[in-house]
Ligand binder design. Sequence first.
Ligand code: HSE
Length: 403
Amino acid sequence: MVKIAVLGYGTVGSGVVKVLNTNAKLIAGRAGEEIEVKYVLDLRDFPEDPIQSKVVHDYSIILEDPEVSVVVETMGGTKPAYEFVKNALLAGKSVCTSNKELVAAHGAELIHIAEEKNINFFFEASVGGGIPIIRPLNVCLTADKIEQINGILNGTTNYILTKMAKEGSDFDVVLKEAQELGYAEKDPTADVEGYDACRKIAILTSLAYGQQVDYEDIYTEGITKITAEDFKYAKAMGAVIKIFGSSKKIGGKLYAMVAPQMIKSDNPLYSVDDVFNAISVTGNMLGDVMFYGKGAGKEATASAVVSDVVDAVKHSAEHVKVKWEVEKLEVSPMDEMENRFFVRIGAEEKEKAMADFDDIAVIDGGVEGEFGFVTPKMTEKQFDEAISDFNTFKTRIRVGFEG
Ligand code: HSE
């Protein structure tokens, strides 16, 4: 019998207990041993819930109990999660976490401690909720050079953009609806400004290249400025607008960003709608491979956490190698990244646009008084310089993510 402790009895933590109870026998069969939750750490009490008999408020009880061999961290944030997780590892307990803030900021260090202690630090649920992506990157895609990763990594923003596309509504209207339905937080900043997706692409990129990629170095643009008019042009192009976490290596240089992009129907990520997430990974031998599923939610995320617990039990006397060195991998300046841009300007500057940009594709979005076009591939710097000359510039959205 393996005894575990769960830190934080919120959505994911209570989901972990539910998954372990619901599939207890099956999970025991796969792990090779029964798994019992011995403690749940939370500031709160849950008098109506059978879990109450296991609730503790003092972390040292868990830390000092030699019977607890696996700690599940589902608190979120880095304070006090970082200290709790680090101390659990130093005490020789494996840790499974769903916490992307923690993994993005301290993943390399925590993996290193786990390696020294011959235990494991697993974090499957930190990216893409229930979608298997961390283990595939770490175990299945090890024969390939990863050329690029493009992911719809945030359920809230994908829900909002899908609704905007289908209903023709503006961002604020759909955000309010999403909040009423519980798909967006009261404070939606981390989702709608792209910060959540930024941590997730930082984790995936660090794993893909085996080195620390700091999320602070990744250019991040949210969806708050996307309008119903932008979707009119997207429709005219046969495209949708999605927010992607993207990274790619070109000629030894790493580029990464979080930003809305227009993609066309021939892109496999085109139909990923509502709260679903999907991640496309391109390997130099394998080509494209795509992972799709529920990127958030109680049971789906908890399923990924429990799969880590099973893995930790199966490898109780062995560290599973995860290559993620502390040494930082530099992200190339955003200025140097090449993209194509969809642009909206006032109709009065149409001739100037035709003259200043070579080979533009004109897009008729049916918006009066405007001129819409797509530029050829150019660097971000070249685009910023060219567009700074326009008095009627309204907006720009990057197009596709090929090459
Ligand atoms: N707020 C996140 C999302 C939760 O919407 O995807 C899962 O990380």
